[in-house]
Write a protein that binds this ligand. Structure first.
Ligand SMILES: O=c1[nH]c(=O)c2[nH]c(=O)[nH]c2[nH]1
Length: 294
């Protein structure tokens, strides 16, 4: 006998841009992509074509715009929690609201050394993300950085790995290291929206700390491997953000291969003479971890 064992629905890819105009003339632009999916007593809409319990996805989209107008959209953890809570308060048969938000960077232009009050540029493809699950039992929040592309031209090693009949990779004590950082930190469950509001300052701080920790560790460490470097990043984020329960990293190893050019007039382009590298689009290593508290 078939049984509906899981169901959620809502609106995805809702693009919203909010301009905050401060009294001193300085504007802030927040551009985001929102996904809002509801769960609850909605089985009949799937199983017997009864749309009675369905809050139309079009209405969910409208609600996102109205709430973006009525409420602060920053930090996104608070906006997502408040938006999610609205659906539980308004519709008793809805028991879970899943709200995901991605924020795109709009940074004030620097003109003649001064931040321009209302002109912005995209200073990176990395996104601030939140994944929030609001229930009547509590609010689970995961915050993240995604697509932060980084490269270092030295200060990375990889040696001591398994050598057997499948191995061709030489050991190296100096290589290019590049990755696109996806880092996430899961907060301990908060009991309700009041607790999210109470702790609101921790979200921006953790995001800034995680971004700094990622870049500083990447830049300053002589990395023995992607595995060890990401573990050190996780340890530091757990320490910097005491209300987090776990930190995860997902790092593709974007390989840049040395290229032997000795066939042309004996040019030296390997080892300490390497200057011209071949960036590889794939295959790439993919290295993941989660570090949690004991
Ligand atoms: O930092 C690395 N970790 C690996 O597991 C690995 N494997 C590989 O081929 N190169 C690398 N680099």
């Amino acid at each position: 006998m078939p049984r509906l064992s899981a169901a959620r629905y809502g609106k995805d890819n809702v693009r919203v841009c909010k301009v905050d105009r401060a009294e001193d003339g300085v504007h802030t632009v927040t551009e985001m992509m929102v996904c809002c999916l509801l769960e609850g007593q909605i089985e009949e809409s799937y199983t017997v074509a009864d749309n009675g319990p369905v809050v139309a996805t079009d209405s969910i989209k409208n609600t996102i715009y109205i709430k973006a107008k009525e409420l602060p959209v920053n930090p996104p953890e608070l906006f997502a929690s408040t938006l999610g809570q609205h659906f539980l308060d308004k519709y008793p048969h809805i028991s879970v609201a899943n709200v995901d938000i991605s924020l795109f960077r709009w940074t004030h232009m620097s003109i003649d050394g001064k931040p321009h009050p209302h002109s912005f540029y995209r200073d990176g493809d990395d996104k601030r993300k939140v994944t929030v699950r609001v229930t009547r039992e509590g609010i689970d929040i995961k915050s993240a950085i995604a697509d932060l592309l980084v490269l270092k031209s030295t200060g990375s090693m990889f040696y001591g790995f398994v050598r057997d009949e499948f191995t061709t990779l030489p050991e190296t004590w100096d290589r290019i290291l590049s990755t696109s950082v996806d880092a996430a930190w899961k907060w301990k469950t908060l009991p309700n929206l009041a607790a999210v509001k109470d702790k609101v300052a921790m979200f921006d701080k953790a995001f800034a700390d995680a971004r700094n920790i990622t870049m500083k560790t990447f830049a300053e460490e002589n990395s023995p491997s992607v595995q060890n470097t990401m573990y050190k990043m996780c340890e530091q984020i757990l320490e910097a953000a005491p209300e987090t329960a776990a930190v995860t990293y997902e790092l593709p190893n974007k390989h840049y291969f040395e290229h032997d050019l000795s066939w042309h007039n004996g040019i030296k382009n390997t080892g300490k003479d390497a200057e011209v590298y071949i960036p590889q689009s794939g295959p790439n290593g993919l290295i993941k971890c989660e570090v949690s508290r004991d």
